[in-house]
Design a protein around this ligand. Structure first.
Ligand code: HEC
Ligand code: HEC
Length: 304
C-alpha cells in the first residue's frame, strides 16, 4: 500500500516536526532559564543614547508559548500530523465527509421521500418545505416570472391570479414546469383584414366584460365562432390543452386594451415556457407546484 517515496517524505515530516519542536523548546528554555548575560547585552550601544535593555521577557509570555507547545504535542498525538501516523483518535477528513454525508442522507433523504410522496395541499402549509420551494423559484423562475411570481405584462404570465392558461391542477402545473409549453396563437391579419381585426377585437373586449351577446357585435361574434372558438371555446372560456387562454375574463397576458388585443389578433403570439424536467428533480417540481398553489391562494384571498 505505502510505496517507498511517500514513506520517505512521511519520515522527513516526522523528523522535521519533532526537531523543530525540540529546538523551539530548547530556545525558549534558554531565553528564560539560561545563563544571565545581562552584562554582555548592556554593553551594546546602538547609537549614542540608544542602548539595548536588560528587562527580562515577561513570564506570561513563557506560559503562553509553553502552553501552545503542549497543545501542539497533544494535537500531534491525537490527530494525524506526524507523517503517516494516523493519530490515536484515527480521525480523518475522509471519514468526516463520509459520516456527514451519511448524516445528511439520514436527515434529508427521508425528507425528500416525504416531499415526493406528499400531497400538494399538505406541502403548501409546510413552512420548511415552502422556504425550500421559494429558493428554488428564486434561482430558476424569478428571472422571468418575478420574485413574487407576479409575472411581467406582455411577456411572462402572473402565476398568482388563479387563471391558468395550461391548467391549474397539480398535475397540469407539474407538466408545465417539467415539459415546458409552447403556445401557438396564429396571426389573423390576412384572414380578417384591418376592419375585421378591429371588429373582432371589439367583440373580445365585450366578451371579457360579459357583453358578448350585444347586438352590435353579432357579426364579429359570428367570425369569432368560425375562426376562434375551436381553440378559445364557443363562450371564450379557453382550452387548457392548447394553452388557449380564457377571453371571457379580465386576465390578460398581452394586455386587455382594445389596441393590444387587436395587435395580438393581427400578429399572433407564441409564448414559450422552457422545460425544466432535466434541470429539476421530481421533488423540486412538486415543491414549486405547491408553492405556486400557495401564492394563488394568498393572492385570491387578498383580492376578496
Ligand atoms: C390554434 C388555436 C387558436 C386559435 C384558432 C385562436 N387562438 Fe387566440 N390564442 C391561442 C393561444 C395558444 C394563445 C396564447 C398565446 C401565448 O400565450 O403566447 C392565444 C392568445 C390569444 C389572445 C391573448 C390573450 C391574453 O391573455 O393576452 C387573444 C386576445 C386571442 N388569442 C384572441 C383570439 C381571436 C380573436 C381568435 C380568432 C380570430 C383566436 N385567438 C384564435 C390559440 C388560438
Ligand atoms: C425564460 C423565461 C421563463 C422562465 C425561466 C420560466 N418561465 Fe414559466 N413561463 C414563461 C412564459 C413565456 C410562459 C407563458 C407561455 C405561454 O405563453 O403559454 C410561462 C408559463 C408558465 C406557467 C403556465 C401558466 C399558466 O397560466 O398556465 C407556469 C405554471 C410556469 N410558467 C411556471 C414556471 C416555473 C415554476 C418556472 C421555474 C422553474 C418557470 N416558469 C420559469 C417563461 C418562463
Amino acid at each position: 500500500m505505502a510505496d517507498m517515496p511517500s514513506d520517505f517524505w512521511g519520515g522527513w515530516i516526522v523528523v522535521l516536526t519533532v526537531t523543530t519542536l525540540i529546538a523551539l523548546g530548547w530556545l525558549v528554555a534558554n531565553v528564560y532559564f539560561g545563563p544571565d548575560d545581562a552584562e554582555e547585552i548592556a554593553a551594546h550601544t546602538w547609537d549614542e543614547t540608544l542602548k539595548e535593555g536588560t528587562t527580562p521577557a515577561p513570564m506570561w509570555w513563557f506560559w503562553l508559548i509553553f502552553s501552545t507547545m503542549i497543545v501542539s504535542v497533544v494535537y500531534l498525538i491525537l490527530y494525524p500530523g506526524l507523517g503517516k501516523f494516523a493519530g490515536v483518535l484515527h480521525w480523518s477528513q475522509g471519514h468526516e465527509i463520509e459520516s456527514s454525508a451519511a448524516h445528511y442522507d439520514e436527515r434529508f433523504g427521508a425528507e425528500r421521500e416525504r416531499i415526493a410522496a406528499a400531497d400538494v395541499a399538505v406541502l403548501r402549509s409546510d413552512a420548511a418545505a415552502m422556504r425550500a420551494a421559494r429558493s428554488v423559484f428564486m434561482v430558476h423562475c424569478a428571472a422571468c416570472h418575478g420574485a413574487d411570481a407576479g409575472g411581467q405584462a406582455g411577456l411572462f404570465p402572473d402565476l398568482r391570479d388563479g387563471e391558468w392558461q395550461w391548467g391549474g391542477d397539480a398535475a397540469a402545473v407539474q407538466q408545465t414546469i417539467a415539459g415546458g409549453r409552447r403556445a401557438v396563437m396564429p396571426p389573423w391579419q390576412s384572414a380578417l383584414g384591418d376592419d375585421g381585426v378591429e371588429a373582432v377585437a371589439g367583440y373580445v373586449v365585450a366578451l371579457s366584460a360579459g357583453r358578448g351577446d350585444a347586438p352590435e357585435h353579432a357579426e364579429a361574434g359570428a367570425r369569432f365562432q368560425a375562426l376562434c372558438s375551436a381553440c378559445h371555446g364557443p363562450a371564450g372560456a379557453g382550452n387548457a390543452l392548447l394553452g388557449a387562454p380564457a377571453l371571457n375574463d379580465d386576465v390578460w397576458l398581452y394586455g386587455g386594451g382594445r389596441d393590444q388585443i387587436a395587435r395580438t389578433i393581427a400578429g399572433g403570439r407564441s409564448g414559450e415556457m422552457p422545460a425544466f424536467g432535466a434541470r429539476l428533480d421530481a421533488t423540486q417540481i412538486r415543491l414549486l407546484t405547491a408553492w405556486l398553489a400557495a401564492r394563488e391562494e394568498t393572492a385570491t384571498a387578498a383580492a376578496r
